[in-house]
Design a binder for this molecule. Structure first.
Ligand SMILES: Cc1cc2nc3c(=O)[nH]c(=O)nc-3n(C[C@H](O)[C@H](O)[C@H](O)COP(=O)(O)OP(=O)(O)OC[C@H]3O[C@@H](n4cnc5c(N)ncnc54)[C@H](O)[C@@H]3O)c2cc1C
Length: 374
């Protein structure tokens, strides 16, 4: 006989955890199914750990909304639950004349998105803030920061459990079938396959979220849910004399990513990346032959950089709805009633700024569920 739960959340990355913590506050019977041995072992622990401000995203998009709402919510959460973080600010630099006008457009977009603290700064101001950085002009974003994503997830996990959510690890969802007023979720663990009956199913399966939607018999090609994997690699920068910058330094964004930037970790390490390369496989190795390309890219604004100081560090994979030839695609957060699947909520394409937006997304999805159940 199937176990009966009120709400099944598939995936214990930062987004699934935030949804669980928020929902468990108001609902009983929240059950989180995670295929790995613990939470947060995929994209949520393989990213830049930046609390973004919300400059880049088209006005009115969910990415803009959750980033802008999520930024202060995340700072507040970190403060309240002792998650290590630092609001160190960032600059986005223009290194030649053609980039200066693009920088102006980006600044305008950020302002239209409601970021009143953004400032356009001159070459001299850049030099005052960051003596090692060479740029013709820059955008200064004071509300950008960094955080410890593991400690954020630990806090969310603790909170969700304290509020009564149950977590089942090493349990993979392998089927979803509409059944009565809910869904029969087929799971596979070390003991074999069994099932859970859930009134509401929330697909927060990150890189697998398109495949999980397909398990519920959604035609993902037709729905526009098929994911493209876009790999981001990082090199660490050995800096014996201390970090060459005191805040994050970004170039102008590229088609698929924000450009190889210089970021700092809370323990004082310096990181270059991530690159953006579409791949077929989910493979986390770092291609050492990229060292020269990273060096050339960052040297444009950090001329004292030395090739020999770059060491391969780690990689993450973006679950992108936007393919190599496509324009901007937004997050999908959809209650699938119109597809004949009431009670199924899909979250697909939750790439950056998913970490920044996690608390805001958790609240949004919890409100959707509240409406469904009451
Ligand atoms: C290179 C890179 C840099 C980034 N930098 C930033 C940044 O600086 N700031 C920012 O805001 N965002 C950033 N992001 C985005 C951010 O990391 C993601 O948006 C966020 O981590 C997504 O969380 P998630 O919970 O949706 O996915 P995940 O962390 O991938 O979690 C999904 C979970 O679902 C589980 N799962 C999958 N299939 C099944 C199944 N069938 N059954 C059971 N469990 C399943 C997986 O095991 C996994 O644990 C970056 C992403 C990348 C790749």
């Amino acid at each position: 006989m199937a176990v009966d739960v009120s709400i099944a959340i598939i995936g214990a990355g930062v987004v699934g955890l935030a949804i669980a913590a928020e929902l468990a506050q108001q609902e009983n019977g929240v059950f989180v199914l995670e295929k790995n041995q613990t939470f947060g072992l995929e994209t949520s622990s393989r990213n830049s750990e930046v609390i973004h401000a919300g400059i880049y995203y088209p006005e009115g998009s969910l990415k803009a909304r959750f980033c802008i709402e999520g930024n202060p919510l995340l700072y507040e959460f970190c403060q309240r639950y002792g998650v290590e973080h630092r609001r160190l600010g960032k600059i986005i630099v223009a290194t030649d004349d053609s980039e200066v006008s693009q920088l102006g457009q980006l600044y305008e977009l950020g302002r239209r998105n409601g970021l009143e603290d953004l400032r356009l700064i001159s070459r001299e101001e850049v030099k005052q803030l960051e003596p090692n950085v060479e740029a013709l002009a820059a955008i200064l974003s004071p509300s950008t920061g960094i955080l410890d994503s593991h400690s954020l997830m630990r806090a969310l996990y603790g909170l969700a459990r304290e509020r009564g959510a149950d977590f089942v690890f090493q349990t993979e969802v392998v089927g979803i079938r509409k059944s009565g007023t809910g869904h029969e979720v087929e799971i596979r663990d070390r003991e074999g396959t069994s099932s859970v009956h859930a009134g509401v199913v929330i697909n927060s399966a990150g890189l697998n979220s398109d495949r999980v939607a397909a398990l519920a018999a959604i035609d993902i090609a037709q729905a526009g849910y098929r994911l493209h994997y876009c790999k981001g690699e990082y090199f660490s920068l050995g800096s014996p004399g201390g970090p060459p910058v005191s805040r994050l330094v970004y170039p102008l964004p590229e088609h698929a990513g924000k450009g190889i930037h210089v970021s700092l970790t809370l323990d004082g390490r310096v990181r270059l990346g991530p690159s953006a390369r579409y791949v077929e496989e989910n493979d986390y190795s770092v291609d050492e032959s990229q060292r020269g390309a990273f060096y050339e890219s960052v040297r444009r604004f950090l001329p004292a950089l030395r090739l020999e100081d770059l060491e391969p560090e780690m990689a993450g994979i973006r679950p992108k709805l936007q393919g190599p030839e496509d324009d901007f695609r937004d997050f999908v957060i959809a209650h699938e009633e119109a597809r004949g699947l009431p009670g199924l909520i899909n979250l697909i394409g939750i790439e950056s700024p998913g970490l920044t937006g996690s608390i805001a997304i958790g609240r949004y999805v919890a409100a959707m569920v509240r409406e469904l159940l009451h």
